[in-house]
Design a protein around this ligand. Structure first.
Ligand code: FES
Length: 106
């Protein structure tokens, strides 16, 4: 697993409320613009194998559209049942017109 920062999107690519699923070193991740703040999280819900890219952003949370669990975008914490395991969050920075992340737990 690389700890190096890697470019994943253009700095202006996502408008507020948009998401972009992508793969990095075989991992399925999701870049989210929530209220103007960028987050990188695991794409798949921790409850079942379902993409959070199909969910919706509510404030600083993301809702899984399959069974309705919310996850905190800052910590990855599962806030509602049925999900009871967190998802991983990853560091994000914007530099040189790009959004960067690295596969170290944020
Ligand atoms: S698959 Fe996400 S809450 Fe069940």
């Amino acid at each position: 697993m690389s700890n190096d920062w890697q470019p994943i999107a253009g700095a202006d690519e996502l408008a507020v409320g948009q998401m972009k699923a992508f793969e990095l070193e075989g991992r399925r991740l999701l870049l989210v613009n929530a209220e103007g703040r960028l987050h990188v999280i695991d794409e798949m819900c921790s409850h079942e194998d379902y993409s959070l890219a199909l969910g919706c952003i509510k404030g600083s949370k993301i809702k899984c559209s399959l069974h309705g669990s919310y996850f905190d975008l800052n910590t990855g914490e599962a806030l509602d049942e049925p999900a009871d395991e967190p998802i991983c969050t990853y560091p994000v920075k914007v530099e040189d017109g790009q959004v960067w992340t690295r596969l170290e737990r944020g």
